[in-house]
Write a new protein. Structure first.
Length: 424
């Protein structure tokens, strides 16, 4: 058997520390911080992991599965998620989903959690194992560890670093597809509530909703492999808030400049196909206001069916939207920041940002029929963006004057109506 990688494609090219399921004696690594030695699963399972690490994980007769866990604000962690093999002619499987921190709210998987042998699943409550079950488990683990110990040691087994050991970094290595020097700059939008809750260094992580939300069984064969994944959607035009058709970019979202260095997991789709699906002849002729379920799903999936890897894109799409299918760090993406301005030209109220680094004018939101309430709302939008990007905000005096005049007009109108209304 071999090593099986269960890492999701959104983690492509992203580095992450390795969460050891046993104490390797090195304080620079992520090792268990909770004493669970009283649990019958702990000692034997850690012994097996220790022996596997010493020989580089790749052992004949066993399958070691490795995964990446997204811990939100604390970042990504690599860990052994499962070890499977055979004992006395029967298959066994040991999973490592329990937290090595001992605290669920700081969950980092890597500690043994479930065991199955010969089709029998041991109790999920590790404290309820019988003595016979605990003894059999220990025998299986000791036999497996003894078998592993006979393999030659890995030359990298002593290379203990926080980014992974036992030569484990090679297992997560993905060849880069370099972006050409003339690849266009993309602009994405990040929800404002995410800006300050990101792990250090990470900028984009699939905040743009799933690619396809509704579909029919007949559509499945025509959809891309990652149709159920969430992407960050980008455009080469800063004035366009790119999305996948069902997710609307929030008014308070923050612009992100993307300068790709690698084209791995970057795709392009044509939103023009969605426009065509929305104006099908059957809907127009029938004069219906609502599409059927089949027509609705055809609209939802039209753009996704055109998706191609950016390396295969020939530039022919009418409304291209770039779909970023991996996490982008601060070496490829940058949150744009600068002074926010709320302006009024006598008709249109607009909120914009001037990027401090490039001087680029970024339109955020505008309204050409704003009443007093909408004017106040757009000021709040500008204030929210300014707070999240850490810069000041300017409100044009003409807007404040317009608000004051309209409020005065509304007040007089209300007073006139009150006087004219019949008294009880």
């Amino acid at each position: 058997m071999a090593i099986r990688m269960a890492a999701k494609k959104e983690f492509t090219l992203t580095s992450a520390p390795f969460a050891w399921g046993f104490d390797n004696g090195n304080r620079r690594c992520i090792v268990p911080t909770v004493d669970d030695s009283s649990l019958p699963i702990s000692g034997p399972s850690r012994l097996l992991l220790e022996k596997l690490a010493a020989v580089g994980w790749d052992v004949e007769g066993m399958t070691v599965s490795m995964s990446v866990y997204d811990a939100g604000e604390r970042g990504l962690f690599r860990y052994v998620s499962e070890v499977s093999g055979a004992h006395a002619g029967k298959p066994f499987s040991l999973r490592f989903d329990r937290s090595i921190t001992g605290e669920q709210w700081k969950h980092i998987p890597g500690a043994a959690s479930n065991f199955t042998y010969g089709g029998f699943e041991y109790p999920s409550d590790l404290r309820k194992w019988s003595q016979a079950e605990a003894d059999l488990f220990e025998d299986i683990m000791l036999a497996a560890a003894t078998r592993v110990a006979k393999f030659p040691p890995s030359p990298f087994a002593k290379n203990i670093k926080g980014t992974g050991d036992g030569n484990i970094r090679r297992l997560f290595s993905t060849p880069s597809i370099p972006a050409p020097s003339d690849f266009p700059v993309l602009y994405c939008w990040l929800p404002s509530d995410v800006v300050r809750r990101r792990p250090e260094g990470r900028v984009l992580a699939g905040h743009g909703c799933r690619l396809v939300v509704d579909t029919m069984p007949s559509d499945m064969a025509l959809l891309p492999e990652r149709y159920f994944d969430a992407f960050d959607y980008g455009s080469t035009d800063i004035r366009i808030k790119a999305d996948q058709g069902t997710h609307t970019v929030e008014e308070t979202s923050i612009p992100v400049e993307v300068r790709l260095k690698h084209l791995n997991e970057i795709y392009v789709m044509d939103m023009g196909a969605r426009d065509d699906a929305r104006h099908t002849e059957s809907i127009l002729k029938a004069g219906r206001k609502q599409a059927s379920q089949e027509e609705f799903c055809a609209i939802q999936t039209a753009a996704a069916k055109t998706m191609v890897p950016v390396t295969e894109y020939d530039g022919s799409f009418r409304r291209p939207v770039y779909c970023i299918g991996r996490h982008l760090m601060d070496d490829e993406a940058r949150i744009m920041a600068g002074r926010v301005k709320v302006a009024y030209d006598g008709k249109v109220v607009s909120v914009s940002l001037t990027d401090k680094m490039t001087g680029l004018h970024v339109p955020l939101v505008s309204n050409d029929n704003a009443g007093v309430g909408m004017m106040h709302h757009l000021i709040q939008v500008g204030r929210s963006v300014a707070v999240h990007v850490g810069h000041g905000m300017e409100i044009e005096p003409s807007l404040l004057e317009a608000i004051e005049m309209r409020e005065e007009t509304n007040r007089r109108r209300f007073e006139a109506q009150t006087v004219a209304s019949p008294r009880p």
